[in-house]
Write a protein that binds this ligand. Structure first.
Ligand code: GAF
Length: 395
């Protein structure tokens, strides 16, 4: 079962110049550049990505930044501003996931995935700083991977396009880190755009940027980080994925993307009860993503609350990936004025989002904090997010 996270991120991130200075102190010269990549919130479309379906995440205004300097030898030296861990040193010829400590498996996985593509990666020194909350379901690991692959794509001259970078980071996660995740998170981080959500068709990676701004609609997007860690390398995520694959196989389709809502009744007779509920979540969730995109265009953010709510219920009851903390966050936010709320990300902990009228923000915050305290849960971290730019070089 989930445990509270040990690490917290510093309240005030260092400036880019301070990061370069810290790099120089540690590694004896300035970095060749600094790259950043954001975490993400998924507005809607959960566990649909590996079913070749639709997702609607947005990049958030919290980022991982990496200062990187190329070395003349084949050493890889990794350090983070989290502080206590010191420099982790390994060699390009000896990339070993089992030996990687903590976050270092993410940059090492990216290097490995590039090598798998025949790209020659040089030895390097790397300093990481991130203010994406760790293990909160906001894609802190993909933010690191996307910052690293952006840096290495440029430093090696590999010239990969965003679709190939997405697949390389997915391979790093799947085959190096050991988490059988899809392509949503890195797509949001690499392809996000300020003021937009990323409407992604996971079958062909086509993207449409959908304007999404809460504030002009008198709303704010609150993130309620339950502080309960999750890991996609644990069994829950993999077992949900396996159930989806079984469902697709029994129903005779390439992926659950190919099943329509109107076909669910017939499917119920072919599947065992649990697999049917997993399938129903994915099929209805895909439909909700399409409805959300249409409603946003027609009526704006104030119109999507009921779809967010329905998504949460589906994850809670059919896909069974919520948690008592997430349910309490969602229910309390709704009871205190949020127009829609759902858990976001892979589940089993992490964060919920609550689309909230500006005038109700304080009431929602206070009510959720009180409810958590009364339930004996760890105090949540509640903050606002806005859709922000995707990965880029910043120095
Ligand atoms: C995690 C995974 F990394 C994504 O690929 C996606 O499956 C998500 O969980 C659930 O929607 O963030």
């Amino acid at each position: 079962s989930a445990a509270p996270r040990p690490l917290t991120t510093p309240a005030v991130p260092p400036t880019t110049a301070e990061l370069a200075g810290r790099f120089e102190n540690e590694f004896g010269r300035l970095p060749d550049g600094v790259w950043q990549a954001p975490g993400r919130v998924n507005l809607i479309g959960e566990h649909t990505d590996y079913n070749e379906g639709f997702v609607l995440p947005f990049a958030i205004d919290k980022t991982a930044r990496v200062a990187v300097g190329v070395r003349a030898d084949s050493s890889v030296r990794l350090l983070s501003t989290y502080g206590d861990q010191g420099v982790f040193t390994t060699d390009l010829g000896n990339l070993d996931a089992a030996a990687a400590k903590g976050w270092t498996k993410y940059p090492l996985g990216v290097i490995w995935a590039l090598q798998q593509r025949g790209i020659t990666v040089p030895g390097l020194d790397l300093l990481l700083d991130s203010n994406v909350p760790l293990g909160a379901g906001l894609s802190s690991s993909h933010a690191i991977e996307c910052a690293v692959i952006s840096a290495l794509n440029e430093l090696t001259g590999a010239g990969l396009g965003p679709e190939e970078m997405v697949l390389a980071t997915q391979q790093a996660e799947n085959d190096f880190v050991g988490a059988p995740t899809g392509i949503m998170d890195q797509s949001a981080s690499l392809r996000g755009s300020k003021g937009h959500a990323v409407f992604l068709d996971c079958r062909d990676q086509s993207v449409r940027l959908v304007p999404f701004e809460a504030e002009p609609a008198g709303l704010v997007m609150l993130v309620i980080d339950t502080k309960v860690s999750h890991s996609h390398a644990d069994g829950g995520y993999a077992s949900r994925r396996a159930a989806c694959e079984l469902g697709a196989e029994v129903l005779g389709v390439k992926a659950l993307r190919d099943v329509k809502v109107g076909e669910l009744e017939e499917a119920s007779g072919l599947l065992d009860e649990v697999t049917f509920r997993r399938v129903r979540h994915v099929v209805t969730e895909n439909d909700r993503v399409l409805q959300t995109v249409e409603l946003l265009a027609a009526e704006g953010p104030g119109s999507i609350g009921a779809l967010l709510d329905a998504s949460h219920v589906s994850m809670r009851d059919d896909f069974e990936i919520s948690s008592p903390e997430l349910d309490l966050a969602v229910d309390t936010a709704r009871a205190n004025g949020a127009i829609g709320a759902r858990m976001t990300g892979g589940g089993f902990g992490g964060a919920a989002i609550a689309l909230t009228p500006l005038g109700a923000e304080q009431q929602v915050r206070t009510a959720v904090e009180r409810a958590f305290s009364e339930a004996g849960f760890t105090a949540p971290d509640i903050f606002t997010v806005t859709p922000a730019a995707g990965a880029m070089r910043i120095s």
